[in-house]
Design a protein around this ligand. Structure first.
Ligand code: HEC
Ligand code: HEC
Length: 325
């Protein structure tokens, strides 16, 4: 992974297309970009088109953007995603904001890069339900696409890897920051947060101990934890991280989601089973859902109604400003 400083982007021949003269407050000032897939304006533009294009799905009815809707923080507002022909998936569509900084993708972390990730929804039966060959064939038939691939990659060859690289490029430009919390935390602007939100921040970092898992600039440790969401009547409804590692302690563990812009992305959790931020806080206050692999950091919090309200108010202060595209 090569980390390119965006300050360099101001030079006469920028090594990075200058999408942002400065990244917003609160996120890292450099955008991690893999050496194998440098970010260029041509690839980002192509990636955006592919992301919005329903032709990628088997019956031309669904695009990436159908489930990752820009106005909803790149989520779909549904508990679980619905793909081609109304096929119902089993997990909640996560936000695509700030994914350039992510280290593993999907709720169980089974994809290591955005490039690898992008190949999968295309062929998942409950998502685009297509084949890679058919997608390439359709794009080859469209001269405007052939021209765009040529501009982005130097030759007119369309491959599924190039499709994924362009989409990943586009996704890396979806950066959000400069939230009221950031203005308070970075600029020390005390007026940026209400007294209630400040109380919530104190609880988040203190007695409620949310920060053990939701830490760092994106409020995630990028690890997998069992909070009990997947456990119903003594059985696990989704094995989560276990499917990747085959370790029993990972049974029902999921990736700690980043919390920036979380007010835009209801419903919550890997299965969309929690409708509101108030209910999320109630869930933690009860100590998650007991099960044999419950994370040691989860337990009853005994918060007062005011304290719960304060935590919610703090979570709402993480709604930022999107830059880039
Ligand atoms: C039918 C709805 C649907 C469509 C269409 C869809 N996605 Fe998703 N997306 C999801 C769901 C659900 C998940 C979580 C799945 C899981 O974790 O197993 C997800 C996960 C992701 C993630 C992982 C994010 C993270 O933080 O872990 C990325 C990136 C992503 N999708 C990009 C795309 C791209 C690119 C496309 C188009 C090629 C696409 N999605 C099409 C529903 C959809
Ligand atoms: C042990 C680690 C851990 C602790 C402690 C923790 N979380 Fe979480 N959080 C997670 C994981 C893992 C998930 C996803 C669980 C799932 O979907 O199964 C999650 C999900 C969430 C979500 C839903 C986000 C979304 O996009 O769906 C919110 C909001 C949240 N946590 C807030 C909090 C707050 C507030 C606290 C403190 C009261 C807290 N968390 C404490 C690990 C933790």
């Amino acid at each position: 992974m090569l980390v390119i400083s965006l300050e360099l982007a101001c030079g006469p021949r920028p090594p990075v297309a200058p999408f942002f003269s400065v990244l917003p407050l609160g996120v890292r000032p450099t955008l991690p970009v893999p050496i194998a897939n440098p970010i260029t304006r041509e690839k980002v533009e192509l990636g955006r088109r592919l992301f919005l294009d329903k032709q990628l799905s088997r019956d031309n009815s669904v695009a990436c953007a159908s489930c990752h809707i820009p106005e909803r923080g790149f989520t779909d507002g549904r508990p679980v995603a619905i793909g081609v022909g109304g096929a119902v998936g089993r997990r909640n569509a996560p936000t695509l904001l700030n994914r350039a900084y992510g280290r593993a993708f999907f709720w169980d972390g089974r994809a290591a890069t955005l490039e690898q990730q992008a190949l999968l929804p295309m062929v998942t039966a409950t998502e685009l339900a297509n084949t890679h060959e058919e997608i390439v064939r359709r794009l080859e038939e469209r001269p405007p696409y052939v021209r765009r691939f040529t501009r982005a990659f130097g030759t007119d060859q369309i491959t599924i890897e190039r499709v994924a690289e362009a989409i990943a490029n586009f996704e890396r430009t979806l950066v959000s920051g400069d939230s009221p919390f950031d203005r308070y935390d970075v600029l020390r602007d005390t007026m940026a947060l209400s007294p209630l939100a400040r109380q919530g921040l104190e609880l988040f970092r203190g007695r409620a101990n949310c920060v053990v898992c939701h830490d760092g600039l994106l409020f995630t440790d990028e690890q997998f934890h069992n909070t009990g969401v997947a456990w119903r009547d003594g059985a696990v409804a989704d094995s989560g991280r276990f499917a990747v590692t085959r370790r029993w302690e990972d049974l029902g563990a999921f990736k700690t989601p980043a919390l920036r812009d979380v007010a835009l992305t209801a419903p919550y959790m890997h299965d969309g089973s929690v409708g509101t931020l108030e209910e999320v806080v109630d869930f933690y206050d009860r100590g998650g859902r007991p099960n044999p692999h419950l994370d040691a950091a989860i337990g009853p919090l005994n918060l007062t109604p005011d304290q719960k309200g304060a935590l919610v108010e703090f979570l709402k202060s993480l709604t930022g400003r999107r830059v880039g595209t």
